[in-house]
Design a protein around this ligand. Structure first.
Ligand SMILES: Nc1ncnc2c1ncn2[C@@H]1O[C@H](COP(=O)(O)OP(=O)(O)OP(=O)(O)O)[C@@H](O)[C@H]1O
Length: 232
C-alpha cells in the first residue's frame, strides 16, 4: 500500500456522453475523513460511482484501495467492493428480510461460508453500531437513524479500508444526523477507515469540520477553509 486509499490523476468522468468532471486530481490518505460537496448536479455522485466501479473511468489514471480502475473488468468489481463500504442516503436495505439476514446476505455474496464465523461477524458489526438488540427486526420497523446504523454495519462487514458515503444524513432529522456523524467519525478513527462523504448538510460540516473537496464548474478542488464553503 502507498498510504493512499484513493488516487485519481487527470481523470475525466462521464455520464454516458456527457462530461461531468474533467482533469480531476484527487487523493485520500489511509484513515482520513473527508467531505465532498457541491451543488446539485455538480458531479458528487458520479465521482463516487467511479470510485466504487459503477461508472467506468474512461480517461486518466485511478486507483482505489490498491485496485486500478482503468480498464477494470466487470469480474474485478466484487473484489473492489469487498475492500470498500458504501453507504447511501436511502439505506438500501433488503426489505423482505430482517437485519441479521440483510448482513448474512452480503457476507455470503462476498464468499463467507462458515456459519459460526458469519454469526460472529454479524454480532460484531451490530455491536459496533449499537444495534445488536435489533438483530431480528425487519427494516421497516426501524427508524431512519436505525436503518442507517444497520447500513453502516453492513458497510463494515468486510473490514473496509474506505467507506464511500453518498449523503448518509440526507433522510435524517438534525439530531439523528449528528448521532450518525458521531458514529461514522468514531468508527473511522477507531478502525483507521478512510471516509469520503458527499453531503449538502452545511450544519454537519460546521459542527464536524474536516478536509473538504468541492465539485464546481466541472472540476474538483480542495477547499482551503471551511469558512469559505458555499453549498448550493
Ligand atoms: N444516468 C445518467 N445519464 C446521463 N446523465 C446523468 C446521469 N446521472 C447523472 N447525470 C448527469 O451528470 C451530472 C452530475 O450528476 P451527479 O448525480 O453526479 O451530481 P450530484 O452532484 O451528485 O448531484 P446531487 O447533489 O443532486 O446528487 C448532472 O448533469 C446529471 O444530470
Amino acid at each position: 500500500m502507498t498510504g493512499k486509499v484513493i488516487q485519481l490523476e487527470r481523470a475525466f468522468i462521464y455520464q454516458r456522453n456527457h462530461l461531468v468532471l474533467s482533469n480531476v486530481e484527487f487523493e485520500l490518505n489511509e484513515g482520513e475523513f473527508s467531505y465532498l460537496i457541491g451543488k446539485t448536479g455538480s458531479g458528487k455522485s458520479s465521482l463516487l460511482r467511479v470510485l466504487y466501479g459503477d461508472l467506468p473511468l474512461e480517461e486518466g489514471y485511478g486507483k482505489v484501495v490498491g485496485i486500478e480502475l482503468n480498464g477494470m473488468k466487470v469480474s474485478k468489481i466484487p473484489t473492489l467492493r469487498r475492500h470498500l463500504g458504501i453507504v447511501f442516503q436511502d439505506f438500501q436495505l433488503l426489505l423482505d428480510r430482517n437485519v441479521e439476514k440483510n448482513l448474512a446476505f452480503v457476507l455470503k455474496a462476498t464468499g463467507w461460508k462458515d456459519k459460526q464465523q458469519i454469526n460472529d461477524r454479524i454480532d460484531e458489526v451490530l455491536e459496533s453500531v449499537g444495534m445488536i438488540s435489533k438483530k431480528k427486526m425487519m427494516p421497516f420497523r426501524l427508524s431512519g437513524g436505525e436503518q442507517q446504523r444497520v447500513s453502516i454495519a453492513r458497510a463494515l462487514l468486510n473490514h473496509p479500508e474506505l467507506i464511500l458515503a453518498d449523503e448518509p444524513t440526507g433522510n435524517l432529522d438534525p439530531e439523528t444526523s449528528v448521532e450518525i456523524m458521531n458514529l461514522i467519525l468514531n468508527l473511522s478513527k477507531e478502525r483507521n477507515v478512510a471516509v469520503l462523504m458527499a453531503t449538502h448538510d452545511y450544519n454537519i460540516i460546521q459542527k464536524f469540520p474536516a478536509k473538504t473537496f468541492k465539485c464546481e464548474d466541472g472540476k474538483v478542488h480542495m477547499e482551503e477553509s471551511s469558512e469559505s464553503l458555499f453549498i448550493g
